[in-house]
Design a protein around this ligand. Sequence first.
Ligand SMILES: [Zn+2]
Length: 472
Amino acid sequence: MKYLLLFLSLAAMECNPGGSQTSLQHPSSLPVSDSLERYIVYDQALIALNRVDVIDGTGAPAKPNQTILLRDGRIEAIGPAAETGIPAGYTILDLLGKTAIPGLVSVHNHLHIPRFPDIGEVASKLHLACGVTTIMTCGAAAPYRELEVARAIADGELAGPDIHPSAPYITGPGGNPNMIIPRNEQHLRDTMQHWIDQGVRWFKIYRHTRPEDLRIIAEVAHANDAKVTGHLCSITFAEAADLGIDGIEHGLNSVSDFREGKTHGHCNGNHSAIFETDMDGEEVQALHEHLIERGVTLTSTLSIYETSIPGRPGADEHSRQAMSPYLIGQYEDRMADYAERGPDSARIERLHRIMQFEYLFAQRGGLVASGVDPGRHNMPGYGDQRNFELFREAGFTAEEAIRIMTRNGAVVLERDDIGTLEAGKRADLVILDGSLKRDSSVIRRVEYVFKGGLCFDPRRIIPETDGQVGIQ
Ligand SMILES: [Zn+2]
């Protein structure tokens, strides 16, 4: 193996003597424009990440002191430092005491927040700087703009994650008038076809969608290699699974299966049932098994829910730095209000129940992925980092939490080139300054972010995002 690597590296050096700066000779398959160069600290074709602790995204136990070889934007080899020789020609980064994880793959990462339909550019920078290398937007407020941002990133003009764009939200009678409300079957089919033709492969249904519309939405999506997820209410989780939905957002928070007085196809009934249902009981177990049998995935969005709970931690320093003066004003008003109300034990209890619902779903073999669902003081990227701490609080191990946030997202997106640190995968990985296994807050200490083998320095990206979330 060592000899083969040596041979390959010599061959590569001949092709790329001196590692020139022109974009044609970048190691990655990803294009890079001049405007992206300023964020990149390493762009060599051959890079060795030496003596680093690894949580590889497969769920395997954390491994100390590993060496990861990167070649041409892919992971070439990974193994114990003592056994993994570094052939000549590699740029070596000594990362003793640091942790490598796969780039985060987050699947509920809007490029909008309430009142601000387009935060695409700043959100993209924050995602990348925080270690999120792939997102699905899970409902578009400015869909053409979203497609443009996705293209700009794919063409190497803008710093950001790979973006899987989504169509505008679809809802039903009585729902939000800013969303698509199908007038009839042809209108629904034509509208979906329009977005499929634009390149969209994700449809998100919202709380008032009619069951008969979901059946058509799933049929059209699946005939076009697209997927459907939902923030549900009118349709129960069990019904949605039977109607062909692929994913459900927010876990327990959008469940209507246990409501008293709910009528078929309507978003009504008594929401407090969520407090009375035994999470460890047979009813929830039967629902979990039904979803698992139908292959329905759950997207966890704990960090946004936490921001609505008096008595829980508020925005960290980094999040506040990214917020516009307008958002800061809102945040301070909200925090003053929360302080006045005191800890909200009902909501705190609900957060724990949401966590338990997701934990049990995963233990039973269900696939949990995660997303930031930005809003309030839950910022793109930083909220994803917070999710890791909340998964730990929910009872997941560090390895399980990372798997949810990396490999599971890749499974949802059907991306077999990313999501774990294994030979052959694209070199999307995050270097954290410390031991993530020992200290969950290390998820916030991002040293470097590799995307397609290009090494981005967050310190060069973050200053451009200061005060930029929530401006017109
Ligand atoms: Zn959302």
